[in-house]
Design a protein around this ligand. Sequence first.
Ligand SMILES: [Zn+2]
Length: 156
Amino acid sequence: MVRPRKDRLVAFEPEVSYFKPRGIPMIELAEVCLTVDEREAIRLADQLGLSQEEAGRRMGVSRATFGRIIQRARRTVADALISGKAIRIDGGNYRIVMDSRRFQCAACSHQWEEPPGTGRPSACPLCSSEDFFRTVPRSLAPTRADAKRSDTQRRS
Ligand SMILES: [Zn+2]
């Protein structure tokens, strides 16, 4: 019996999903595959510089599991850079969660979102009241069916 793997949480979804070395015809081009959760691991550990513990927490996995994800991700990217291969970013076990923060004004009932990590807003953007509170983020609301996406593609 195969134990289902838990989805890794991914808070970043860029448009670009393919990288190709210049000057090599597609027909001769070798390709490696980086999963979406592996790219997220690179973003958290190598772009943002988070510890493996913190990065694992953000992806909903243990430090040890994060260590395995990032190791595999780095090896794949290194293979592409050193051997001149294309990188396809696709698949993996993941769920997109945009962790923006949602607020509601107590004075005028206006609701708005703030990106993560920008601190508490000073006032309601509509009526400038300082009487506002935090509500459930949209990404956690049950109505957002498209927030959950998973793909059980396996690689050897
Ligand atoms: Zn207001």
